[in-house]
Design a protein around this ligand. Structure first.
Ligand code: FAD
Length: 432
């Protein structure tokens, strides 16, 4: 490890690696990333790997489009596979309000150069080979960019592209302290001390602990999240035999996302009886383990999914993945310069690293190098939460945001903090 570098990025998840890559892409090569274990050792390794552009914030949606388009570029630069499946995806509307919202999204997409379409029930039926029960479905938004990838392969591709641009990556080296200096920061690690001009906190599940080293409270919280992978499904095998793949299906009415996984399906839920994880702090020895299955939390969601996708009821469960990932109180990332600290940058609370990681890496690198972001960052600027935030605010707001992940949103609405068991009162579409 060098004694000095221009930038130290803490954390080798998909977000830290994307930030590192974008710094080199925009011309800063004297940059280093420090990871306490192997790359992907936080939320990243157990992600379902789905990606899509839908987001209630227009600029976030555009940056999600950038993220998805970047994958082919990354593959071409590095010669590595991101395990891309650009299968296209639909978001179902089972009531008028949601259908109107999807049409409004479509209008915004046109303006942003995203090529989405509104589909009727017959087109949905054709696209999904009759595997969606269309009872009550009014239509859907189709996005050809939606798909899924290999989370580990993609993170390593970012890392290789960054190394090719001159970046250094130091593994198995936990950052213990961050201290401000006259010219920047001193970063004390298990393997020694390195100084830098700029410090980036991309600590994911540990971003709160890393923030605390600099005396900063970052308003984010990990939530426990589950998805199920099924055994092989004959209907999916037939689709594969015909040389096609099953598209992504988001069903906001059922709070679920569904996609093909191998010769079966994978379905994840944003269940109402959700649970925050590690409220008082993420243990340093957590990393490569999963949480115990908790079927009772998702029982109602699974029952709903059996009605919407009858094929699931006939399928065996191969495995259940239950792991934590972080959210800010409004569900969008915390990116940018942390107010009150010189050259201290946040790249935290990216709750959909594979839809958002590329765009957030680009935005942060532009902010650091060029002094401004090409797209309006209001939706993801860390400074939108002032020093009035506290765990007492963050915890109920994050729970609410998780519960309302697939709800309909209305312009300028502000959701009220609510307890974990209360039903949502106003509706929002803070998808990512
Ligand atoms: C079950 C599940 C399914 C998901 N499915 C999807 C999906 O389909 N699509 C999608 O886009 N997203 C999905 N996600 C979310 C996705 O996993 C996260 O958005 C993403 O992994 C966040 O990446 P990160 O780099 O911010 O954080 P992390 O992956 O948590 O990385 C942080 C890194 O920082 C390192 N670190 C922490 N502290 C220190 C320190 N002191 N010194 C050095 N290194 C340190 C850690 O070891 C870790 O490697 C899912 C998450 C879960 C839990």
């Amino acid at each position: 490890m060098k004694a000095h570098t221009r930038v130290v990025v803490i954390g080798g998840g998909v977000v830290g690696c994307s930030v590192l890559y974008h710094l080199t892409k925009l011309g800063w090569s004297d940059v280093a990333l420090i990871e306490r274990s192997e790359l992907t050792s936080g939320s990243t390794w157990h992600a379902a790997g789905g990606f899509h552009t839908l987001n209630g914030d227009t600029n976030m949606a555009a940056l999600q489009g950038y993220t998805i388009r970047l994958y082919k570029e990354l593959e071409a630069i590095t010669g590595m596979s991101c395990g891309l499946h650009h299968v296209g995806g639909i978001t179902l509307a089972d009531n008028e309000a949601r259908f109107e919202m999807l049409k409004a999204e479509r209008a915004k997409h046109r303006y942003m150069g995203l090529d989405t379409e509104i589909l009727g029930p017959e087109e949905i039926n054709k696209l999904t080979d009759g595997m969606v029960n269309l009872e009550g479905i009014l239509g859907a938004l189709y996005d050809p960019l939606d798909g899924h990838l290999d989370p580990s392969g993609t993170t390593h591709a970012y890392a290789r592209a960054a190394r090719m641009g001159g970046a250094e990556i130091i593994l198995h080296n936990r950052v213990l302290e961050t201290n401000p200096t006259r010219d920047g920061w001193e970063v004390v690690t298990e393997k020694g001390t390195i100084t830098c001009e700029h410090l980036v906190n991309a600590g994911g599940l540990w971003a709160r602990e890393i923030g605390a080293m600099a005396g900063v409270y970052l308003p984010l919280l990990p939530m426990a999240h589950q998805y199920i992978v099924t055994d092989d499904i004959p209907e999916i095998m037939d689709i594969l035999k015909s040389g096609r793949e099953f598209p992504h299906v988001m069903d906001p009415g059922g709070e679920s996302y569904l996609r093909q996984e191998g010769r079966g399906l994978c379905i994840g839920f944003y269940e109402k009886p959700c649970e925050p994880w590690a409220v008082d702090g993420t243990p340093w020895d957590f990393g490569h383990e999963l949480l115990n299955e908790q079927f009772d939390k998702i029982e109602d969601s699974v029952t709903f999914a059996y009605r919407r996708f009858p094929v699931l009821e006939r399928s065996g469960v191969k495995r259940v993945i239950h792991g934590p990932f972080t959210f800010a109180p409004d569900g969008n990332p915390l990116i940018g310069p942390v107010p009150g600290l010189r050259n201290y940058w946040s790249a935290c609370a990216v709750m959909a690293g594979f839809s958002q990681g590329g765009g957030m890496g680009l935005a942060l690198a532009q902010w650091m190098i060029e002094g401004e972001v090409e797209r309006d960052p209001r939706g993801f600027d860390v400074a939108r939460f002032g020093n009035w935030t506290s765990p007492g605010y963050t915890v109920p707001k994050v729970v609410e945001t998780y519960q309302m992940r697939f709800s309909v949103s209305y312009p300028n609405e502000e959701a009220l903090p609510r307890g974990p068991s209360a039903p949502p009162r106003c509706m929002r579409f803070s998808t990512a």
